[in-house]
Design a binder for this molecule. Structure first.
Ligand code: CA
Length: 232
């Protein structure tokens, strides 16, 4: 598996790259945003937000505009988390400095587990039912979700979703109309070791509602979780 480490600080990058190579990853490292955008697209990008040339946010946005490579943002700014994982940037996950090496490796493995076989669609875990029905129509056909190709169309136009947004939608669609608890969603779409803020889920639901063009499609069940509104 090829990783691209985008980090300007040698004191962080060098031991990180060494450690990742010892874990068996193939690692390329660049120290600027410009170099990151020119690099060959890897399997996973580890992106420091504090870069000397371009803002890391901008790098993330541009990478996301041209590729759906999983991006794990490394930030020293915990107040940025909502922006990082939200609609604006489209990162798949993040770690806050200082972070544990094992934690980072676990997150790399988690994002790649979720994304290794894009043809499989759907969220991981016991929710594979979503991949059985490849195409699902919502909102009287205005919204079409293809869980096999992981594409979503709204009024006929394709709407790009981040991996997490798609996994979240696919999970809700695996049992249309049923309420999924916040815990269940966080454990399945993030992973069983998710210790981050549960607000993450609300940020993703909000961006998904916005992208689907119909905020009522995903209903909040107060104090419990979320469900997708079906027209059946
Ligand atoms: Ca930096």
């Amino acid at each position: 598996m090829r990783l691209l480490v985008v980090e300007d600080d040698d004191a962080i990058a060098e031991p990180l790259v060494d450690g990742l190579r010892r874990e068996g990853f193939e690692v390329a490292r660049v120290a600027t945003g410009a170099a990151a955008l020119e690099a060959e697209i890897p399997d996973v990008v580890l992106l420091d937000l504090g870069l000397p040339d371009l803002d890391g946010n901008e790098v993330c946005r541009r990478l996301r505009a041209t590729s759906d490579v999983p991006i794990i943002v490394i930030t020293a700014r915990s107040e940025e988390i909502d922006r990082v994982i939200g609609l604006e940037l489209g990162a798949d996950d993040y770690v806050v400095k200082p972070f544990g090496f094992r934690e980072l490796v676990a997150r790399i493995r988690a994002v790649t587990r979720r994304t290794q076989r894009p043809g499989d669609g759907a969220a991981p875990g016991p929710t594979g039912a979503a991949s059985a029905a490849a195409a699902v129509a919502l909102a009287g056909g205005r919204v079409e979700v293809d869980t096999r190709t992981r594409k979503v169309r709204v009024d006929g136009a394709e709407v790009p979703l981040t991996r997490k947004e798609f996994d979240l939608l696919a999970l809700l669609l695996s049992d249309p109309g049923a309420t999924l608890t916040r815990d269940e969603i966080l454990r399945t779409v993030w992973d069983e070791h998710w210790y981050g803020p549960t607000k993450t889920l609300d940020v993703h639901v909000a961006s998904l509602r916005k992208k689907l063009g119909d905020p009522t499609l995903i209903e909040t069940v107060r104090g419990v979780g979320f469900r997708v509104r079906t027209d059946a």
